[in-house]
Write a protein that binds this ligand. Structure first.
Ligand SMILES: C[S@@+](CC[C@H](N)C(=O)[O-])C[C@H]1O[C@@H](n2cnc3c(N)ncnc32)[C@H](O)[C@@H]1O
Ligand code: SF4
Ligand code: SF4
Length: 380
């Protein structure tokens, strides 16, 4: 990839003009659509899958995305369950692109093949998040580099911007550092984030040792400031640190307004945790705006995409400015001799110096290209 292309890709996700418009008007920036409730895995921390339910039909999904677009939504994040289990996922991606959505997809990666990656790229998918929690599978989560590493090669010359996201809990914490290094050493923007709070005690996991978690987050903040491709924005790293310390954070939740979720039954959800029974087809812009308020569930909220969007709406200059600065620090590393490092061909040198291995496909954040990927690319 040419140097200018690489530099351009570091910033391509910003689309500042478009995003700025959406920050000022009353229209939504992003919708996360559950393409299906079905999943091929059973992560112990997850409450977002249900194999007793059939896939929604492609016609239903298309009807819902038309409506989501009519509301003025810029970006659509295809989530689940596992979106790649849906037989019509490529057609859905193509349709979302035809409607003008910036389009991303979050997957556990198990069903990825070279052919499917090529089809998704051809359909116009812009961003893919692959979830990787550990180096090797465990009883808690099977999402590990053991499965995903061989698949990274499919993205070598792909236009799809890839990033990796892991969940930190007691089971994954001992390997979280290795997950981070493995992704970064291949030039892939990578993040590991605290498991959501679990007030209803539905998860089968523990969060992990507070001191260790705090140290780890501090080290990510430092590396982010040095320009390494830590995928989480500094705002959300700071937020996670405050969560661990039990500190109050001042913010107003914009979920249900600037970003919202649509279930695999077509129901409008405020976020992944707060559901309503209203059908997306009946939702108006006024309904959305009515959700812009402080919410009783804010304290300890772990829906990072919602926190991110909310902080961006409140403090766009501060949040965007920090991220642009962090990305600018990456530019010198694009000039180095290792910039052609191939994915999956890591030397010990660049494994310990992740900033030395470079661009794989230029992704810089977890959301579609029309987004500002600074704070909004985070999947809850
Ligand atoms: C619900 S999954 C759906 C997409 C796909 N099945 C996957 O695992 O990537 C979306 C993202 O949410 C994350 N996730 C699920 N439960 C979580 C929890 N309790 N805390 C934090 N992240 C969680 C997953 O790891 C994944 O990155
Ligand atoms: S996190 Fe993703 S892969 Fe794991 S059970 Fe939930 S939906 Fe499935
Ligand atoms: S505070 Fe968190 S849990 Fe509550 S509605 Fe907002 S995003 Fe959802």
């Amino acid at each position: 990839m040419k140097l200018l292309d690489k530099i351009g890709r570091e910033f391509s996700g910003y689309n500042i003009v478009e995003s700025a418009k959406r920050l000022k008007d009353r229209k939504p920036l992003q919708c996360s659509l559950y393409v299906t409730d079905r999943c091929n895995l059973d992560c112990a921390y997850c409450t977002e899958y249900d194999n007793s339910r059939p896939h929604p039909s492609i016609d239903e999904l298309k009807k819902w995305v038309r409506k989501i677009r009519e509301l003025g939504t810029m970006r659509i994040a295809l989530v689940g369950g596992e979106p790649l289990t849906h037989p019509d996922i490529v057609e859905l991606v193509r349709y979302c692109r035809e409607l003008g959505f910036a389009t991303s997809l979050t997957t556990n990666g198990f069903l990825l093949t070279r052919k499917l990656v090529a089809e998704l790229e051809e359909a116009g998918l812009q961003v893919m998040q692959i979830s990787v929690d550990r180096m090797t599978p465990s009883a808690i989560t099977k999402k590990s580099f053991k499965t995903v590493l061989p698949k990274l090669d499919y993205f070598r010359d792909s236009k799809i911007s890839l990033h990796i996201t892991g969940v930190i809990c007691a089971d994954t914490l001992p390997e979280a550092q290795a997950v981070l290094e493995t992704g970064l050493s291949r030039g892939i923007p990578t993040e590991v984030r605290l498991v959501h709070a679990d007030p209803l005690r539905r998860f089968r996991v523990d969060r992990g040792q507070r001191e260790e978690l705090e140290q780890f987050i501090d080290s990510m903040i430092e590396r982010k400031r040095r320009g390494e491709k830590i995928h989480t924005s500094e705002a959300i790293l700071n937020y996670q640190r405050s969560l661990l310390r039990g500190e109050h954070v001042e913010w107003t939740c914009a979920a249900g307004y600037k970003l919202f979720f649509v279930s695999a039954q077509g129901k409008f959800w405020i976020c992944s945790m707060v559901h309503t029974n209203k059908h997306i087809m009946d939702v108006t812009l006024d309904d959305l705006y009515a959700n812009y308020k402080k919410k009783s569930c804010q304290e300890g909220c772990g829906v990072y995409c919602a926190v991110s969007a909310s902080l961006l709406v409140e403090k766009p200059v501060r949040v965007l400015g920090k991220e642009i600065l962090a990305r600018a620090k990456r530019v010198p590393s694009l000039l180095g001799p290792l910039s052609g490092t191939r994915i999956g061909h890591t030397t010990p040198e660049n494994a310990t110096n992740p900033n030395g291995a470079h661009e794989m496909n230029g992704s810089s954040h977890g959301r579609p290209a029309a987004e500002d990927r600074v704070a909004l690319g985070e999947r809850a």
